[in-house]
Design a protein around this ligand. Sequence first.
Ligand code: PEP
Ligand code: MN
Length: 372
Amino acid sequence: MVLETGTTHIRDWRGYKGRPFLISGPCSAETEEQVMATAKELAQLKEVNLFRAGIWKPRTRPNSFEGIGIEGLKWLRNVKQETGLMVGTEVANEKHVYEALKYGVDMLWIGARTSVNPFTVQEISNALNGVDVMVLVKNPINPDLDLWIGAIERIARAGISRLGAIHRGFSTYEKTVYRNQPNWQLPIELRRRMPDLPILCDPSHIAGARRYLYEIAQKALDLNFDGLMIESHIDPDKALSDSAQQVTPNDLRELLSRLILRSPVPSDPKLLDILGELRQQIDIFDDYLLDILEKRMKVAETIGQYKKENNITILQSTRWDEIISKVMINGESKGLSRELIDTVFKAIHQESINHQMRVMNNGVMNLAVDKH
Ligand code: PEP
Ligand code: MN
């Protein structure tokens, strides 16, 4: 998948000096003093490239603080004048785009609750047509990669060349440690589908709590993300939105000093040799895995034939319970996580059912079976 318009890499964007592109600032602009005080401290950190602040806040429930509105755009303009930092805010409709552009905002981001809606994204794209501004598209709240890509494509069609994505995690019904599930495989797959697109990570909205910011930010850097967006506030405990996940500019400085920037390719040729050998071993094991899976499916097909001849149903849940508890014990004793065993064996089991189904239906797949 290649973007229809030419994109420039974030490394070519102003302010990037071989380090991750760093965006920081409060979740919401609340008062002029809060915005200026936060921005002035952030401007002291050489790593910060762009100051963020939400002006219009999409809140889950009404009666929460819904943003200061246009007034805050003047404060952003002052931040730009006084600190020299680029500034950015969230836009959720075409009016937001026009207002933000009027005040010289350098970067517009599309929030997770907006990128789910193709009508709204299209409306924003129309408002952006022919404008030269940086636009970052957050992932939709649900883990749907095509929806995310669709939103990015719509914005690209407006001729936006400084275009990027922000990974901010995905909502789940279950309570989890993090506020939003990272589902790292989605941004990784996005990178594969759109290799030239800069991808930033927003550890703040994934974490939901400041103590997890560091581990998420480090993971994003280790996965070669192009930048980070981390919320900061001059007095986080008094923040009107997302208080628990914001850090002071000073805490941000400390966090950044602990982050390790690893290189995607080793500079030492000897290390490259060692890695090459290990990768060959991995390739061999992957071939084994495929061979074994093929053999397992052949057995499943034979079972399918037998069940067909004897009029037996495919699914026997006691047998499946037996398999999963046995492989859990065996797998854990080999140092494999329960999560891996569960995911892999569920997928293998489903594939076996599909193979049996094919045999029983003489080559016709039965779509009634749930794909889980
Ligand atoms: C935000 O960045 O403050 C925000 C509302 O983010 P998201 O759209 O990721 O929830
Ligand atoms: Mn926020």
